[in-house]
Design a protein around this ligand. Structure first.
Ligand SMILES: NC(=O)c1ccc[n+]([C@@H]2O[C@H](COP(=O)([O-])OP(=O)(O)OC[C@H]3O[C@@H](n4cnc5c(N)ncnc54)[C@H](O)[C@@H]3O)[C@@H](O)[C@H]2O)c1
Length: 438
């Protein structure tokens, strides 16, 4: 039993949510929050808004809402700011994204129009399929980082914000191997001054956030903050970081289903996944370099969940394929197809088919909201560095170098809720339950 929990600074004043990228996910988040504030929608899919947490014994019947258990910023106190390579304001960008219908967007048009994106730090070398004109110019990458820090300070002053968080909701960048320049803060800062090609724009945003004391979470599969240099900076400045790649759609289904199959020690021969996606994200991912970043992120989950080294006869030879097809008529409403070849008693084969007609940004928006609120909570608890307890939200969760990432959604949820119990000094729940039968 933890006696009293962690001291938490109160969630007083406004929280600024800084969003690199004002595309489908960001506009669906902002429009959603504004609609919810007006009572025109419900925050479905958001653990911070609708989730509950059991405390103590089952017989105690103490099950508060998470938002009543830990002090989180209220939706009324959120202020959004964004960068994008296009000049479209939040309303125009939301219309183009086509996720929420116009009649609903019109009810929050004023709030969306007020979000005019700041000039972005962008280089087409890292996102081949995009070109825009709302882009910063600078002497070198360090200079660009300083310009981002100025944006952050201006935003804070303009809205009289108490705190801020930054969540990367911009396009997926080309695949980057970890490099010497990422290995220490010293190397990284020299690299910024020398325009090192292995420092991608997303890393410049992350650097600017951490230098400004702003927690940073990465919704895309890019390396970004998942490099020793920026982990070092997060510790040095006492700032929480998290990533990578929002867990929505197909990978969400994978991390729900695979732990179930493994729990019943059923074997797996192959998992074939394909996606039809017609939004701008799909267009960017149509480029092989951006797709490679996504593929790495999507492929890793199964291996970690199934642990083929421990269960060679069940999972050693799994063929796992992931494909993404850019098919414009589908828009943001992605279609995911999974064919799963499993085997049971005496090796008899069986098949499972999943056809998930999902809405990518509808699944992603509540994740961004929860991350903004939980990253801010973490900072108010003086938690710094990698926030592994937020793995629940990511396809490729960041973790300490000596650990493997935890992908099983149910272990992730238990970890998240136990962290909240720990913060508040409540007993952790082990689900042992023998005491009920003594
Ligand atoms: N929607 C989901 O379910 C989901 C799940 C996991 C990850 N993601 C990731 O989230 C990100 C956003 O997805 P989306 O559907 O909103 O994509 P989107 O293409 O609609 O929006 C991305 C926006 O980022 C802008 N952008 C690109 N580079 C930028 C830069 N350097 N600075 C500022 N802006 C920049 C683009 O102009 C675009 O408007 C993508 O990386 C995507 O892979 C989305």
């Amino acid at each position: 039993m933890i006696e009293k929990g962690i001291s938490i600074k109160p969630a007083e004043g406004r929280l600024g949510v800084l969003l690199p990228g004002l595309g489908a996910v960001s506009t669906t988040l902002i429009a959603g929050v504004e609609l919810i504030k007006k009572g025109l929608g419900r925050p479905i899919g958001s653990l911070t808004q609708l989730g509950t947490i059991r405390l103590g014994k089952r017989t105690d019947k103490r099950v508060p809402k998470i938002k009543d258990f830990v002090p989180l910023t209220k939706l009324e106190d959120l202020v959004f700011g964004a960068w994008d390579i296009f000049q479209d304001n939040g309303y125009q960008a939301a219309l183009k994204a086509g996720v929420i219908e116009k009649s609903l967007l019109d009810q929050v048009r004023k709030e969306l129009e007020a979000i005019v994106p700041w000039r972005a730090v962008f280089d087409q070398a890292y996102v081949k399929r995009l070109s825009g004109d709302n882009i910063k110019k600078g002497q070198n990458k360090m200079d660009l980082a300083y310009q981002l820090m100025e944006d952050i300070q201006r935003f804070k002053k303009e809205w009289n914000l108490s705190r801020m968080v930054m969540i990367w909701c911009a396009s997926t960048e080309s695949f980057l191997e970890p490099d010497e320049v990422h290995q220490s803060l010293k190397n990284f800062e020299s690299g910024l001054k020398e325009n090192h090609p292995k420092i991608a724009p997303s890393m410049i945003y992350a650097y600017a956030a951490l230098c400004s004391g702003v927690p940073f979470a990465n919704g895309a599969p890019n390396l970004t903050v998942d490099i020793p240099a920026l982990v070092e900076l997060s510790h040095q400045n006492g700032v929480p970081i998290a990533g990578k790649d929002f867990k929505t759609g197909q990978t969400l289904m994978k991390t729900i289903l695979a732990p179930g199959l493994k729990s019943r020690v059923l074997g797996l021969k192959g998992w074939f996944s394909t996606n039809l996606l017609g939004n701008r994200d799909g267009e960017v991912l149509d480029d092989p370099a951006s797709f490679k970043t996504k593929e790495e992120s999507k492929l890793s989950a199964l291996n970690y969940i199934l642990q083929p080294d421990l269960y060679p006869e069940l999972y050693e030879k799994v063929i796992h394929q992931v494909h993404i097809h850019y098919y414009p008529p589908r828009g943001d409403n992605k279609e995911g197809w999974d064919n799963i070849d499993i085997f049971g008693w005496l090796g008899y084969p069986m098949q499972i088919k999943i056809n998930f007609l999902c809405r990518d940004s509808i699944l992603a928006a509540p994740i961004v909201l929860d991350l903004a609120l939980f990253m801010d909570l973490a900072q108010r608890c003086n938690m710094r560095g990698i926030q592994e307890w937020l793995s629940f939200y990511f396809k490729s969760p960041m973790c300490a170098p000596e650990l493997y990432p935890e992908h099983d959604l149910f272990i992730q949820l238990m970890k998240l809720k136990n962290t909240l119990r720990y913060i508040r000094g409540e007993e952790l729940i082990t689900h042992l339950g023998l005491e009920y039968y003594d």
